[in-house]
Design a protein around this ligand. Structure first.
Ligand code: NCD
Ligand code: ZN
Length: 348
């Protein structure tokens, strides 16, 4: 069986930098025409100049003959200025700004200490036509790690949505029923991305047969009730929810560690993993809208005019891919997936 779709886009992707770009960029470009590129490098992409230089490095890593458009984002800091935001919008290469609450996740130390003080920045972003992409978790150590999304929505995001009625906002990697309900209630200018791994797994999977660091990400996987709410949001044809992998590679040594990094690598099989989740839900006919239509519609960009074909053909996912001096262990390493698209990468 084959499934041909309008070529999809990934609205939330971590590519990292330098020597790993040939792997991460081509895995993404094998499946997606465009991707929103997350700015949380060790030196955050907080200026247009850095964003444009990063974009050049991404494009230089593309295999010859491949087409892929990186849609750049700026990393908001406590010092982001209106001038910088206008420069970003005028560049034509930057589409959004990412809000990381300081300390919430990987390389978020330079993030925002008090999101509620950013009204002037949000006002400028509204004027400049830049979307606000939010890592929606509180960093308050008193709040249980499984409740951080719900508490962030209530304490921080809902007030921002109310104070900025024209700002386009995406709650990235929605992981709970609360997130789904919030996005749905907020109307069409608020969207939500959904990852393949949050559609496929609940938190039991992290502990199945022993602690699996390769299933640790932020926001962390939640209980089954929430996974079901995400699958329902993805498959019901609601244009507020679209594909964002949050593929976030870390070297094996950084994951299999006494203090392992958060992040799951899914770019090697992203579309195939979504197809698996949609097939399990009996909703393969809804995959194209979720993966290829609702994202560009939300961002006000044209839908892609090319197509991508998923084939039902078993393939075994490699145990790892070369990743700089290390290896990255991809999601479902060593397992067999039923869906495939032609792909690259040096398997080890
Ligand atoms: C991401 C990373 O490693 O950059 N990690 C993750 O677990 N998702 C950061 C992020 O999106 O939170
Ligand atoms: Zn992310």
């Amino acid at each position: 069986m084959e499934l041909t779709l309008t070529t999809p886009d990934d609205w939330h992707l971590h590519l990292r930098d330098d020597e790993v770009l040939p792997l991460t960029v081509n895995h993404a470009a094998n499946r997606f025409a465009r991707a929103i590129i997350m700015p949380n490098l060790s030196l955050p992409i907080a200026t247009t100049e850095l964003a444009l230089a990063y974009r050049d490095r991404i494009l230089a890593a593309l295999e010859p003959g491949r087409r892929f458009s990186p849609l750049m984002t700026l990393y908001l800091t406590d010092r982001t200025t209106p001038e910088e935001l206008y420069r970003a919008a005028d560049s034509g290469a930057v589409f959004a700004c990412k809000l990381y609450p300081a300390g919430a996740t990987t390389n978020s130390e330079a993030g925002i200490t008090d999101p509620e003080r950013l009204d002037a920045v949000f006002e400028t972003m509204t004027q400049a036509g830049l979307a606000l992409l939010v890592h929606g978790e509180v960093t308050d150590p008193e709040v249980d790690v499984f409740d951080r999304e719900a508490v962030f929505i209530e304490r921080t995001l809902q007030p921002i949505v109310e104070r900025h009625p024209k700002l386009k906002i995406v709650l990235e990697h929605v992981t709970t029923r609360h997130g789904v309900d919030f996005v749905r209630a907020a109307g069409p200018r608020v969207g939500g991305t959904l990852t393949a791994h949050h559609l496929l797994y609940n938190r039991n999977e992290i502990f199945r047969g022993g602690l699996n660091p390769h299933l640790y990400c932020l926001p962390v996987l939640k209980r089954e009730e929430h996974r079901r709410a995400l699958v329902e949001a993805a498959t019901r044809g609601d244009p507020s929810f679209f594909l964002g992998t949050d593929s976030a590679p870390h070297g094996k040594d950084r994951k299999e560690s006494g203090c392992g990094c958060a992040g799951i690598y899914t770019a090697h099989a992203a579309l195939e993993l979504y197809a698996t989740a949609f097939e399990q839900a009996g909703s393969l006919d809804r995959l194209e809208a979720f993966a290829s239509h609702f994202g560009p519609d939300f961002y006000g960009l044209p839908r892609n005019t090319t197509t991508t074909t998923l084939v039902q053909r078993d393939w075994e996912i490699p145990q790892g891919y070369e990743y700089g001096n290390s290896t990255v262990v991809p999601l479902e390493a060593g397992k067999v997936l039923r869906w495939s698209v032609d792909s690259t990468g040096t398997a080890i």
